[in-house]
Design a protein around this ligand. Structure first.
Ligand SMILES: [Zn+2]
Length: 114
């Protein structure tokens, strides 16, 4: 292998490595999007389940209206569960994973809101 071939070989490898790095970060971004979407759907699913449950309770006892405060605390419980599972529940970072279980004052505010 002469010097020119060696140089071209390195050049090619360099551009292939760069391409691979780009692909890699694209993949990671896509994966993060999927994870975020997944936790959003999880929250939505939980909310819909709770709604369904409270609806069917109403159907059985049409006279007893669910208390507003009870509904409030139930959805807060859901948020708290998600927060404990390692996700942000605040408007700022909603559905994003909390790195290394870090705390978040926005999440705290929502979970502890009266
Ligand atoms: Zn947060």
């Amino acid at each position: 292998m002469n010097n020119k071939e060696l140089y071209t070989g390195f050049k090619n490898m360099e551009s292939q490595t760069k391409l691979m790095l780009t692909r890699f970060s694209e993949l990671r971004e896509a994966m993060n999007e999927v994870l975020e979407k997944n936790s959003e759907l999880e929250i939505e699913n939980q909310h819909l389940r709770e709604l369904l449950e409270s609806r069917s309770k109403e159907d059985h006892n049409p006279k007893t209206q669910p208390q507003k405060t009870q509904k409030h605390s139930e959805s807060r419980k859901t948020l708290e569960k998600l927060f404990n599972a390692g996700f942000h529940v605040c408007n700022q970072f909603y559905g994003k994973p909390r790195e290394n279980g870090e705390g978040c004052m926005f999440c705290d505010e929502i979970i502890n809101r009266k």
